[in-house]
Design a protein around this ligand. Sequence first.
Ligand code: ADP
Ligand code: MG
Length: 354
Amino acid sequence: MGAKGATVEFRSVTKRYGSAIALERFSLQIAEGEFVTLLGPSGSGKTTALNILAGFTDATEGEVEIGGRTVTNLPPEKRNLGMVFQNFSLFPHLTVFENVAFPLRLRKYPKASIHRTVMESLETVHLTEYAARMPRTLSGGQQQRVAIARSIAFRPPVLLMDESLSALDLKLREALQAEIKRLHREIGCTILFVTHDQGEALALSDRVAVMRNGSILQVDTPQAIYDSPAHRFVAEFIGNTNILPVQKSRAGASVIAGMEGSLTGVGCGHISLRPERIRRVAENDDLSRLIVAKGHVTQVRFRGASVYCDVLLPSGHTIEFHESRGEGRPIPAIGDLISIGFHPDDVVIFGADT
Ligand code: ADP
Ligand code: MG
């Protein structure tokens, strides 16, 4: 199906608005055909990065390259990027067909190929039978699929999507996520996707760049971001986690506040421990290689396939753990005194400076 992706590179891009910094020395290299997501809270600079790549905003400093070519001085229409925004942004007075045909007419495609190309694009989002409809007669999800068809009609080597699914409800969002994945496989274009939804980022991306205050804190595969967060902020932003202080015991070992068993080779700082890595343990289990603690259950959240519990340790720290069901043991109850344990390898350690 035609055009493959192009490489994209941001080289130390900074954007200032007066004294406010929207993007600070932002650097990112994206391979041909790669699916990379910028993930971060509102205001972290995601849209600014996309707008600078697209040419809608000028960088204060730094360069952007597409396909190995510096595009800093190229106007947006010469950058040949596909874009999908959050709010559908279809032309309300044009039919679905004409919306998708718009970028082709703009690029002076021959008349004969416009019809075929539009119908092919609508086919990829399963909307061929809607070609003659007006946008307002479509649901939100269908309108967003038209916007996607329009953005890929001219087979751009790079597709930018800014919170493109965020306005849709969960079921629809998941259905469109699957379609975007399929489209990406079919077309092979490079995708730079923006979201504040960590689940969406993990599910879709080859790599995720986690942003805060205009900078990338970590860029890695979804699994590495989840399992080996490089910063406490990343650990807390992605999924659930327990952050606990590390202290020195009287014997000089590094211990987690309120727990028995020591960590190896750490000074002070914090640990992150995923709730699903913690399990309930019994007196007669082999606890020699585990870190263990005892506490009272203060919260129980029944989730169907699993149960989420909060346990208050004597140190005053509360720890969350997730237990999957079907192990034939009763669900903990509020007030129960229970023992929990986990393997030291499942702990991610942050030094005092992260
Ligand atoms: P995100 O897309 O991650 O929510 P943005 O890139 O939109 O973040 O914004 C990053 C920061 O830059 C925010 O603090 C925002 O207020 C600021 N900002 C964005 N655009 C402008 C502008 N035109 N003028 C002043 N400040 C701006
Ligand atoms: Mg934004």
